[in-house]
Design a protein around this ligand. Structure first.
Ligand code: GTP
Ligand code: MG
Length: 204
């Protein structure tokens, strides 16, 4: 998919106030600092559409971006940031869970995980939460520029094996680097194909 336009729409912490356009929506979630905002900039070929920072906790609200005037990308605050909470349950802020449970337009979440790390409990718990709520998701491995190709393969395989201990099948997954622009085509093609499927279902 070619990006012809990418615009910030609004930020807020109340799912009821999110934009009303009945268009497909994709949301990026994951630990603070994993690279959610950077990925939005990489995908849209914009330097600072979404605000990024080296310090965790930069994104604090639900941020809607409209892409090509026909679908939304959503940048969310990170979870697992110590200042927010201690227990893992409370780590998922209420307005974030409200967003996932109530947002009608949401087609798929993408859970971002740093490709360098072993599977983390909090990410596995969040995937579990999405599954329990019937929310489709994919996994986006970030910061692939930090590892050599064989380490990438090894870590992705390890991640898959851990998931298969609790899941029957693996979700779609993508290997990305925002700094090296890896994974842009794969991710945009996936979204484009999903948008087309939705369009076809609507026209039936
Ligand atoms: P919060 O908004 O705090 O939850 O963080 P975030 O997940 O939006 O992370 P953000 O995009 O702000 O990036 C965090 C840090 O990681 C920044 O210093 C980025 O430059 C860096 N970063 C993001 N993506 C990549 C990547 O693909 N490769 C490398 N090397 N660094 C990255
Ligand atoms: Mg952010």
């Amino acid at each position: 998919m070619k990006i012809t336009s990418a615009e910030f729409v609004m930020s807020n912490s109340d799912v009821a106030k999110c934009p009303k356009n009945p268009i497909p929506e994709y949301a990026f979630i994951g630990r603070s600092n994993v690279g959610k905002s950077s990925l939005i900039n990489m995908l849209t070929n914009r330097k600072s559409l979404a605000k990024t920072s080296g310090r965790p906790g930069k994104t604090q609200l639900i941020n809607h971006f409209i892409i090509n005037n026909n679908w939304f990308l959503v940048d969310l605050p990170g979870y697992g940031y110590a200042r927010v909470s201690k227990t893992s349950k409370k780590t998922f802020q209420k307005f974030i869970t409200n967003y996932f449970e109530q947002r009608q337009q949401l087609v798929s979440a993408f859970v971002l995980v740093d490709i360098r790390h072993e599977p983390q409990k909090i990410d596995l718990e969040f995937m579990e939460y999405l599954g329990e709520n019937g929310i489709p998701f994919g996994i986006i491995f970030t910061k692939a520029d930090k590892l050599k190709p064989n380490a990438i393969d090894r870590n992705v395989e390890k991640y898959g094996n851990v998931l298969l201990e609790t899941w029957e099948e693996l979700p779609p997954y993508f290997i990305t680097s925002s700094s090296k622009k890896i994974g842009q085509d794969e991710l945009l093609d996936f979204i484009e194909a999903t948008n087309e499927e939705i369009e076809q279902l609507r026209n039936q």
